[in-house]
Design a protein around this ligand. Structure first.
Ligand SMILES: NC(=O)c1ccc[n+]([C@@H]2O[C@H](COP(=O)([O-])OP(=O)(O)OC[C@H]3O[C@@H](n4cnc5c(N)ncnc54)[C@H](OP(=O)(O)O)[C@@H]3O)[C@@H](O)[C@H]2O)c1
Length: 307
């Protein structure tokens, strides 16, 4: 009987059609701005030990959140890999290109190629496992984006390709152009959390289930708000706290488990840079949430009962 069955799926996910296995909870590098390579190495090793083998960064990371500029976080991760090369084989390395400060979005094929080459240089690796177009640039025809991505794959610089912040229609169109070149779209990364439910309702996950694309949810704690409770509807905090107490975990763990409950089999990209919190968040994979629980979260987030 499945009405009260556990919806949380903590199993590894496969990246699109490639079959590369990644943890259901993965490590995000937006806030990876440290300049102490020893501490950075320990943090990456800790995340990998927890099964967070997908490491998600972007060329633009470092421009904000206390970083020292465009490319800085890739360079910091590259310093870790240059110091301890064995870590490269343990991770599924994902980066993103296509945001250019002051423009702000460029998917021109020559730019995508040049930006990817620059990322590889900073990361100190000869390929990334996943290259994502960070934001859609509607002024580049998707056939040209597909051509650039296919070229990077052919050169062995990129193992698989994905997108981020694309609408379902943009995902479908790019996937169709990639298919013409014999390539599939591996991932799509929208924002999704108990506070940001749009991706569940606007077709973002449906197109993933239709096309066999693996969704990755960015900011599953809404940047920490679901952990601290700041600027979160009272009712939502109350539900998260009540479920946390029942499951013997923190409200943050319940928030990540909620992301893992969707049948599109999302990868939750957590952003904590604190080893203890990462250990705690990894517990989301074993939390039990049934339909009553997830609908309680959704209704508390909406501030309204479902019809
Ligand atoms: N594709 C995109 O456009 C896009 C946009 C944004 C993010 N991302 C990706 O998503 C990743 C995660 O984003 P995010 O950093 O906003 O994720 P998040 O997991 O929603 O938030 C992490 C933040 O919450 C804080 N936090 C406070 N209390 C916490 C607790 N008890 N447990 C855990 N964290 C707590 C963390 O601080 P501490 O470090 O002190 O724990 C950290 O600053 C990024 O690294 C990036 O890879 C992608």
């Amino acid at each position: 009987m499945t009405i009260q069955g556990n919806l949380v799926n903590g199993e590894q996910r496969e990246l699109g059609a490639l079959g590369t296995k990644v943890g259901a909870v993965s490590f995000g590098c937006w806030r990876f701005t440290g300049s102490d390579v020893q501490a950075d190495t320990a943090l990456i090793e800790h995340a990998l030990d927890l099964g967070m083998n997908l490491v998600d960064t972007a060329d633009v990371y470092g421009l904000d959140w206390g970083g020292s500029g465009f490319g800085a976080n890739e360079t910091a991760l590259g310093d870790v890999l240059r110091g301890t090369p064995s870590l490269r084989d343990r991770m599924v390395l994902a980066t993103k290109v296509g945001i250019v400060p002051g423009v702000p979005y460029v998917s021109d094929p020559a730019y995508l190629v040049q930006a990817t080459e620059a990322s590889l240089q900073r990361l100190g690796t000869d390929h990334v496992d996943l290259l994502q177009v960070h934001r859609p640039d509607p002024f580049t025809h998707p056939s040209l984006v597909a051509e650039a991505l296919a070229g990077l794959c052919e050169r062995g610089l990129v193992r698989s390709v994905g997108v981020s912040n694309h609408t379902p229609a943009q995902v479908r169109t790019l996937a169709a152009h990639l298919a013409q070149r014999g390539l599939s779209l591996a991932t799509s990364q929208p924002e999704f959390s108990a506070l940001r439910l749009n991706a569940m309702r606007d077709g973002s996950f449906d197109i993933c289930m239709e096309l066999g694309v693996t969704p990755m949810a960015w900011s599953p704690l809404s940047g920490g708000r679901l952990a601290t409770g700041h600027n979160v509807p009272k009712a939502l905090n109350a539900v998260l706290r009540q479920l946390a107490s029942r499951e013997g975990v923190s409200p943050a763990v319940i928030a990540v488990a909620f992301v893992l409950a969707h049948p599109a089999r999302l990868v939750a990209v957590v952003g904590s840079q604190n080893p203890e919190r990462l250990t705690e968040l990894a517990r989301a994979r074993t939390v039990h949430l049934d339909r009553t629980d997830v609908y309680a979260i959704i209704q508390a987030s909406d501030g309204a009962s479902l019809p």
